[in-house]
Write a protein that binds this ligand. Structure first.
Ligand code: SAH
Ligand code: SF4
Length: 364
């Protein structure tokens, strides 16, 4: 028996075509589309404005495989909530809700792959390897659920989205773009592209492809070093995507989109936090309008690195600011529940203890 198709794998045109073939009127497309994306129902029965007959027909022809919340933990330190979602074949992925203390902002951090194949040395997700790409609807659905959770916990909708959870978005670009299109559409979550940021290590070939589509959302590049040798050591992907090629691709991206590029730079003690590293970074970022986010390193269970000393961070910032470069320093949020970037990793029996919030709080 062949497996039935997931109805959310259909584009709006394909859905329309299907409905035409079963002699349903055109306006049904919009109705069903809204049930699927805006209301995100989990079975056909819930599509109450359709006839019983049509619901039965949909049930016969398609499946729905909803993403479900598996568990969550809230950080006592800053209110960040880390969620684990279960996909229909049992894989677990993670997403994070990050409330702001000072503003109305609530940011969701979402995943694009189960695991990641790129194995950056500082990143917990990298140790998992790639299990599989997320489908577009799986990316969308866990964001939709995070939006509901934001209303429930914080009394307001999401204001921002960062594609910075598990996985490398440029290695699953078509599905990521399809999901974001619906996130931005009126019939989805109607989010403004200015409030969406995709983070990538910079897969050159895909950067060109993305640039040609002139996306309206923001791009952040995980740089972490502007010196090839250093970057290759901590990010093996740099061997096949070296910095000179990255510069050309990003110049092209800027030309096509007119956008400023954000660079993320983890401060790793003794690895990339010297003045010579700051100088290389300053030179690198001169190639395009840019902004630098220095990030405090979250030590992961398997960490071989340490975070930079505060004095080192300050010297680094001073060096850049003296050259009129826009730089911010981002403290890790949710680090007590392993919700911070790079700590998103599958919870297994072996590392379960490390993810137990009670265990972590007792330690304090
Ligand atoms: N694969 C993409 C998006 C996911 S990672 C990328 O690498 O950009 C999101 C961000 O978290 C990246 O900037 C990554 O470098 C950073 N990160 C990874 N491990 C981290 C850690 N242990 N502490 C802080 N940030 C980390
Ligand atoms: Fe993958 Fe990003 Fe982690 Fe590198 S930092 S292993 S690219 S998720």
């Amino acid at each position: 028996m062949t497996k039935k198709q997931n109805i959310k794998d259909l584009s709006q045109e394909q859905l329309q075509e299907y409905l035409k073939n079963i002699d349903e009127p055109g306006f049904r497309t919009k109705q069903i589309w809204q049930w699927l994306w805006q209301k995100n129902v989990t079975n056909f029965e819930q599509m109450t404005n359709l006839s019983k007959k049509l619901r039965a027909q949909l049930e016969k022809d398609f499946v729905m495989e909803p993403v479900q919340i598996h568990s969550y933990q809230q950080s006592l330190a800053d209110g960040t909530i880390k969620y684990t979602f279960r996909l229909s074949q049992g894989h677990l992925i993670e997403g994070v809700l990050i409330p702001s203390r000072r503003s109305e902002r609530v940011t969701a951090c979402i995943s694009t792959q189960v695991g990641c194949p790129l194995g950056c040395k500082f990143c917990a997700t990298g140790t998992m390897g790639l299990k599989r790409n997320l489908k577009a609807y799986e990316i969308y659905d866990h964001l939709w659920l995070l939006n509901e959770e934001s209303k429930r916990h914080f009394g307001r909708k999401l204001t921002n989205v960062v594609v910075m959870g598990m996985g490398e978005p440029l290695l699953n670009l078509d599905n990521v773009l399809r999901a974001l299109d619906i996130v931005m559409s009126e019939q989805g979550l109607a989010m403004s592209p200015q409030r969406i940021t995709m983070s990538t290590v910079g897969i050159i070939k895909e950067l060109y492809r993305l640039a040609d589509m002139a996306p309206k959302f923001n791009l952040a590049v995980s740089l972490h070093s502007a010196i090839d040798d250093v970057r290759s050591q901590i990010m093996p992907v740099n061997n096949s995507n070296p910095l000179n090629e990255l510069i050309d691709a990003l110049k092209y991206f800027h030309k096509k989109t007119g956008k400023r590029i954000t660079f993320e730079y983890l401060m790793l003690g003794g690895v990339n936090d010297n003045i010579k590293d700051a100088r290389a970074l300053a030179e690198f970022t001169r190639n395009f309008p840019s902004k630098i986010n220095l990030i405090e390193y979250n030590e992961t269970p398997q960490s071989i690195f340490r975070k930079s000393q505060p004095e080192r961070v300050q010297e680094f910032i001073n060096f850049l600011e003296n050259r009129n470069i826009i730089v911010t320093f981002r403290r890790s949020k949710g680090s007590d529940i392993a919700a911070a970037c790079g700590q998103l990793v599958k919870i297994t029996e072996k590392n379960k203890q490390l993810f137990d919030i009670k265990h972590i709080n007792q330690k304090k």
